[in-house]
Every structure is written in structure tokens, then in C-alpha cells.
Design a protein around this ligand. Structure first.
Ligand code: NAI
Ligand code: MG
Length: 357
């Protein structure tokens, strides 16, 4: 059986880190005997927009829907295309139409990467943020009335469905169950948002009945953000609504150092549609074209993709490889954001060599 991977580098450093992500992916596939078919696409990029006046071809859904996964770089080139057009015209289309209702981000302090939190070491921070990715606070229900007058009123409703909340909670419980600590933390705000959030808490409790081995706690979002900074070691799997998850999934990786290493997955767990794997960072126009972007965000995304496709050992081999390269600390290999003078390619090659073993 072969896995069909749609490869979309996108813009800026997306085009520079993608070859290194593929190098790692192919090294792991070769070592573990995994059959991959890579299909390359130039759309969902601002270059495509310049040529065609839109980010995606009209039949993008047809072209991508049978892929087993989408491996994405980064999108955005604000000098030529406004960010809301590039993002809404590409990534957000994929997330919605492919019902990628889980946004998953590991937050892990890596060897050789300095945490902005004082005295934290690898091992202290190692958790996942699971964000609901399709509904909640990011709804299109609402509107404006009396615009431009003294009576101007604007309303945007939070929409939570039992289907939508239960399925992301189930994913989070399963993930917690699969990890040694078996611990789930729920982000709430039931003291202030007194309708949807107490209901969210009830759903967390109801789902928990199916997972007696998982211990659960909950924090209001305000103190939870403080605890990410003060006690990151408390967390194992953190589950949150769309808005709270958006905030936590930036804060978590920020506590572990450079944005260049953070990966993310947008998952349709049932596999009805392809899931999408991408670094957290964007196209970084400020360093694009210089060959110095850290490739680890892309490489780690490849590891998450292999795990999702049913090859956890291959994913782990990739993680072990970049952790080893970071720990070794060879300045000629490491990119500048982690204290070296190396290039994207030098670091990518060093990682791939380690994977090959
Ligand atoms: P950004 O993530 O591209 O860059 C923020 C800062 O981090 C920059 O100083 C950059 O040099 C640095 N950085 C990012 N990735 C790095 C890496 N791999 N190695 C070393 N340094 C790295 O965010 P920014 O500047 O706000 O956005 C630039 C463009 O990217 C915009 O068009 C934005 O819309 C888009 N974007 C796209 C995302 C995506 O494709 N998922 C996510 C975030 C932004
Ligand atoms: Mg965000």
C-alpha cells in the first residue's frame, strides 16, 4: 500500500524548508520500508495568485481530496497579496472543506534550544495542545445593525454543537490515554461565559466516563495562560475551544523557544478527508531567500504525518534525529535562530543522515 502525499511548499521560506522536510520524510520512509507517492502542487501560494488571480484552482478539492495527507510549507507574501486573501484563499479552505476539526500542536522544550522561561530544561515542558478547529467562537452567526449611527450594534455568537465538541474531546482523551502520564487539562471560563462554558465542562465530564484511566483537571483560561508560563511541567494534554485553543497553541510553543521548530497538524481523525501537516511559522519574508530558515518545524511536521499515517516508529526516528542534531550543537550545522551559522540545507542534511542511521 502506498500513501499519497500532496506536497505544497507555498511561499517564502516554505519553499526553503520543504525540501528538508521531504529529505527527512524520504529518509524515514526508506529506513522503515514505507511506500510514499509524492504529488507536487504549485497552488496555495502567492506566485500562483500572481499568475491566476486566485490562490487555488477551481477544482482544488477534486485534486486533493483523495490524498492521504497534505504536507504544507507556509503561505503569505504581504508585499503582493494581502494576508487575509492568501490565508482565507488557501489554508482555511483546506481546514474547513476537509473537516480538519482537530488542531494539534506539541509543545516540547528541545535540547539546545533556550526557553524564554528561566531555568527550564528539556523534559520540563512536553505537552500537546488540542484545539477545536471548526466552530465555537469562530462562527459566522451574527451581524451588524444601525451601522454608523449612535445605535450601532454588533453581535457574533459562539456556536458549540454536541457533535463538534464531543469529537474533539474524544480525540483529546484518546491522546491522553496513549501517553504515560494520562492527564487531560480542559480550558474553560465557566465563571464568565456562563452558558457555553459550563456546558463544555459537562461534556468534558461526560466524555471522561469512557476514559477512567485519564485524570482530568480544568482551569479558567486566564489562570491557565499564567500556568503555561509558571508551571509548564503540570501539563500533558490540554484541550480547548477554538478561541482558547488559538491562544494556547501559540503560547505553548512560544514557551519552548524559537518558532522555527514548532510543528502542527490539522486532523480529520476519521480519515474521511486528508489531514494537513505544516510548521507553525509563516513564510518569514524577513529572512526568505537567504537559506537560513530553521527546517525543524517542517521536519517535525513530517514526523507527525508519519505517525498519523500509522508509522509511529518512523515518526519517532525523525524526532530522535533532530533532537540529536540539536543536542550535538555543531555551530556549522545549526541555523542562526538556534545559535549557529549553518544553513537550512546543512541542518536538513544532518537530520536526514541521522534518520538513515
Ligand atoms: P512568520 O512566522 O513568518 O515570522 C515571524 C518571525 O519568526 C520572523 O522574524 C521570522 O524570521 C521568524 N521565523 C519564522 N520561521 C522561522 C524559521 N523556520 N527559522 C527561523 N526564523 C523563523 O510570521 P509573520 O512574519 O507574522 O508572517 C509572515 C507571513 O506568513 C504572512 O503573510 C502571514 O500571513 C504568513 N503566515 C502563514 C502561516 C501559515 O502558513 N500557517 C502562519 C503564520 C503566518
Ligand atoms: Mg494563531
Amino acid at each position: 500500500m502506498t500513501h499519497r502525499i500532496a506536497v505544497i511548499p507555498g511561499d517564502g521560506i516554505g519553499k526553503e524548508v520543504m525540501p528538508e522536510g521531504l529529505r527527512a520524510l524520504e529518509a524515514a520512509a526508506a529506513r522503515f520500508g514505507i511506500d510514499l507517492t509524492l504529488e507536487h502542487f504549485d497552488f496555495a501560494s502567492c506566485d500562483y495568485y500572481a499568475a491566476h488571480g486566485q490562490m487555488l484552482p477551481d477544482d482544488w478539492f477534486e485534486q486533493l481530496k483523495d490524498a492521504d495527507a497534505i504536507f504544507y510549507g507556509a503561505v503569505g507574501w504581504p508585499e503582493t497579496v494581502p494576508d487575509h486573501i492568501s490565508l482565507w484563499g488557501s489554508l482555511l479552505q483546506f481546514r474547513r472543506r476537509f473537516d480538519q476539526y482537530v488542531n494539534l500542536r506539541p509543545c516540547k522544550l528541545l535540547p539546545g534550544v533556550k526557553s524564554p522561561l528561566a531555568d527550564r530544561e528539556p523534559g520540563d515542558i512536553d505537552f500537546y495542545v488540542v484545539r477545536e478547529n471548526t466552530e465555537g467562537e469562530y462562527s459566522s452567526v451574527g451581524g451588524k445593525m444601525f451601522e454608523g449611527t449612535e445605535r450601532e450594534v454588533v453581535i457574533q455568537e459562539t456556536v458549540m454543537t454536541r457533535t463538534g465538541v464531543d469529537r474533539v474531546l474524544k480525540y483529546a482523551y484518546e491522546l491522553a490515554q496513549s501517553r504515560p502520564r494520562r492527564k487531560l487539562t480542559s480550558a474553560t471560563k465557566s465563571n464568565g461565559i456562563a452558558i457555553t462554558m459550563p456546558w463544555w465542562d459537562e461534556r468534558v465530564k461526560a466524555m471522561g466516563a469512557h476514559y477512567p484511566e485519564v485524570s482530568v483537571d480544568q482551569f479558567h483560561i486566564d489562570i491557565l495562560t499564567a500556568n503555561f508560563v509558571m508551571h509548564p511541567d503540570w501539563f500533558d494534554v490540554v484541550v480547548a475551544s477554538n478561541l482558547f485553543g488559538d491562544i494556547l497553541s501559540d503560547l505553548g510553543p512560544a514557551c519552548t523557544g524559537t518558532i522555527g521548530v514548532a510543528p502542527s497538524a490539522n486532523i480529520n481523525p476519521e480519515g474521511r478527508f486528508p489531514s494537513l501537516f505544516e510548521p507553525v511559522h509563516g513564510s518569514a519574508p524577513d529572512i526568505a531567500g537567504r537559506g537560513i530558515a530553521n527546517p525543524i518545524g517542517q521536519v517535525w511536521s513530517a514526523a507527525m504525518m508519519l505517525e498519523h499515517l500509522g508509522h509511529p516508529a518512523a515518526g519517532q526516528a525523525i524526532v530522535d534525529a533532530f533532537e540529536a542534531v540539536l543536542a550535538e550543537g555543531d555551530k556549522a550545522v545549526l541555523t542562526p535562530d538556534v545559535g549557529g551559522q549553518g544553513t537550512t540545507e546543512a541542518m536538513g542534511r544532518a537530520i536526514a543522515e541521522r534518520i538513515a542511521g
